[in-house]
Design a protein around this ligand. Sequence first.
Ligand code: NAD
Ligand code: TYD
Length: 351
Amino acid sequence: MKKILITGGAGFIGSHVVRRFVNTYSNYQIVNLDKLTYAGNLENLRDVEQAPSYKFVKGDIVDAEFINKLFTDENFDAVIHLAAESHVDRSIANPIEFVMTNVVGTVNLLNAARNSWKGDYDKKRFYHVSTDEVYGTLGEGTEMFTEQTAYDPHSPYSASKASSDHFVRAYHDTYGMDCVISNCSNNYGSFHFPEKLIPLSINNIKNNKPIPIYGKGENIRDWLWVEDHARAIDVIFHKAKTGSTYNIGGHNEWTNIDLIRTLCKVMDKKLGRPEGTSAQLITFVTDRAGHDLRYAIDATKLKNDLGWEPSLQFEEGLEKTVDWYLANEEWLNNVTSGNYQHYYEDQYQNR
Ligand code: NAD
Ligand code: TYD
């Protein structure tokens, strides 16, 4: 029996990780700690919330006293840390919140784990989930980010994630804590909050609203299906050597404009609209400040060491994603109207 703290489990990727762990490992107790910010939605976990091995705790990783007490009360064996402020545009508008949650929150968790484990890291693990954005930007060539690429973050979001990665490595190197880090490329799939490019565009196309493309749409991202990310986290959590880092990516680079044109075709087909209808909604808008040109991940180490590879071709994953959003209209409407924020009060507070 292992007790695992998963932070940020009510968010996009975290909910897939919680679901995978609850459904796969009946011998684990999973505690999902989440502040339920605008990005946290317990409806994402409706299918596992009654599982006896699952528990939800509402709380803020920035609150050190609360975090220390939680670790004392629960005696965790491991942490999988996903809680974060995750949207680049919000970090440009309000950097301090990113410093608090992503940096201070991470250090609070590291401290609490250190106090709880008291230097004995046998069968203990702190897994930090990070992003490829810490590496900065690539040119238009074929170069890719490897685990050796020097950190060069440009946005307040990526700077805060880079800082948290440094703290995690410092706790490994200084205190001998068993820590692992993974840096993943852009995810897509179900339960993705519709402020990010793909779900925002699906929602706008559905509602005949403009699709905002920053600059000329020439920026390149490497897209990975979220369930493949959750599977990579599972493999790394169980098999990586202490102190190791793994890059995770889809070998799947798209310019934003090509991606959105492809999405428009899928949406036309699914909505029974004449081909070309959705593409008319594409609208070029002012570019994001400091917009990184290209991300691309070399995930060779993960394949060679631990045998992980992406399972889905992008076209198939994109179609699955569109199908999910069209079949889950209520989820999308609740998220866009803000109704999901009442789910906690209804389902949890009076238990
Ligand atoms: P998300 O924004 O969908 O979810 C973040 C979750 O963290 C939410 O449930 C939110 O309520 C919770 N949270 C925020 N602040 C908190 C706090 N102070 N205390 C407790 N909980 C808090 O994010 P996501 O896209 O699922 O990303 C999860 C992690 O994966 C992040 O660490 C992110 O940096 C990393 N990541 C994301 C991507 C991506 O494409 N989305 C790619 C690589 C890495
Ligand atoms: P996003 O989904 O915000 O992820 P990230 O910034 O972490 O890569 O954006 C993906 C790409 O799409 C990025 O190059 C910015 C661009 N983008 C748009 O062109 N329009 C939009 O409305 C959004 C949200 C993003």
